[in-house]
Structures are given as structure tokens and as C-alpha cells.
Design a protein around this ligand. Structure first.
Ligand SMILES: [Zn+2]
Length: 201
């Protein structure tokens, strides 16, 4: 059965690496997957999905105005779309998640959405909340806290401290975010590396 998948995690779980692997698996079979990422994350150049292990993939981008259903229908005129792979899926709007569901149900194209579940305050992102409600298949990709427990939260750090207020979206890498278990997210206790990174920033 064609499905809408939501694969979520905290930062540094290897989400993008998994996306790139899935993409490669389709290519290897001579199929045409479509890769999509959020336009606002241009840390590595716009329209590129970069995995921390050092490989990257050119990708289409989505913004607020993008109609995902129409986009995939257009793509399908060129080649049969084997799958839609979305990185940074937390930035989808609720409407766009419904469009992803229509891609699955009406175009019969599987959608694999990868994203963060919660923001730096521990609240659900809009896209993630909608995906948790609508996805057929939900999978947690595990990241690890500095203490060795499963990291369930992404904390924003500044000057070696966990930030507790600010805008939901502030794009940054390991100098700005770290993955923590619930206990350390709540207490704000950081590992040595994150403390250093926060200071250097
Ligand atoms: Zn911990």
C-alpha cells in the first residue's frame, strides 16, 4: 500500500543521511524519486540536502506558497515519480501536509517526510503536528544525548547555555543546536562539546 511516512527525530539523528540512502535506493533501481527541502534552510546553499557524513543531493525547494500536490503532478508529466522525499518536513504548513496525503491517495506516490518533531522550546512544529495526525506510518529515528540516553529534544544554545525564549525558526547547525534527552532538556545541563560550541558561536 502506498503510504505517507513521517520519520521524526531530534537534531543529529542522521535523518538526512537516511533520506539520501532512500533516494539512492530508488535511483539504483532506475526509478525517479523527487527530493524536496525547505527553502529557508540554505545553510549549505539553496536546494541542497546535506548529510553530516559529507554527501549531498540537489533538491527542489518548497516555500509557503508551494502546492505540493500540483508540484508532484507536474513532475509526473516528465517521469513517473517513484517517491517524494521531503527533508525539513517540520516546516510544511498543515495545508501542505494535506497535499502530501493527496499525493499518496490520488497520485499513488509514496511520501517520506523527514523532520524534527519539536522546536527548541519542546513544542510541536506545525508540519510535524499535522504529520503525526495524518501519516500512515510514523517512525522515530534515534539521536543520542551527551549522557547516552535517547535524545528526544533539540535545544538552542547560546554562550554555553540553553536558550528558553525566541523565535521558533532560527537556522543554525551544531554551534546553535544540540540534541538532549528529556531530563537534560528540562535541567539545561549540557555536555562539554555543546558548551564549547555555544561559546564559540
Ligand atoms: Zn541526557
Amino acid at each position: 500500500m502506498t503510504s505517507l511516512y513521517f520519520k521524526y527525530a531530534a537534531m543529529n539523528s542522521g535523518k538526512s543521511t537516511q533520506l539520501l540512502q532512500a533516494h539512492y535506493n530508488y535511483i539504483e533501481r532506475g526509478m525517479h524519486p523527487v527530493a524536496l527541502t525547505a527553502r529557508l534552510d540554505d545553510r549549505y546553499g539553496e536546494g541542497k540536502i546535506t548529510a553530516r557524513i559529507g554527501i549531498d543531493l540537489p533538491a527542489h525547494t518548497f516555500g509557503r506558497e508551494t502546492d505540493i500536490f500540483e508540484f508532484i503532478r507536474e513532475q509526473g508529466k516528465k517521469n513517473q515519480v517513484a517517491a517524494l522525499l521531503i527533508d525539513e518536513a517540520q516546516f510544511l504548513s498543515e495545508e501542505q501536509v494535506f497535499q502530501c496525503a493527496r499525493v499518496v491517495d490520488e497520485l499513488n506516490v509514496p511520501v517520506l517526510a523527514y523532520g524534527l518533531k519539536t522546536d527548541f522550546l519542546g513544542k510541536l512544529f506545525t508540519g510535524s503536528e499535522a504529520l503525526l495526525r495524518l501519516a500512515d506510518n510514523i517512525e522515530e529515528i534515534k539521536a543520542i544525548c551527551w549522557c547516552g540516553r535517547k535524545a528526544t529534544h533539540t535545544a538552542r544554545i547560546s554562550d554555553g547555555e540553553v536558550v528558553r525564549a525566541g523565535a521558533q525558526v532560527a537556522i543554525g547547525g551544531n554551534d546553535m543546536y544540540t540534541s538532549l534527552c528529556r531530563k537534560h532538556f528540562v535541567s539545561g545541563e549540557l555536555g562539554v562539546q555543546a558548551k564549547k560550541a555555544g561559546r564559540a558561536a
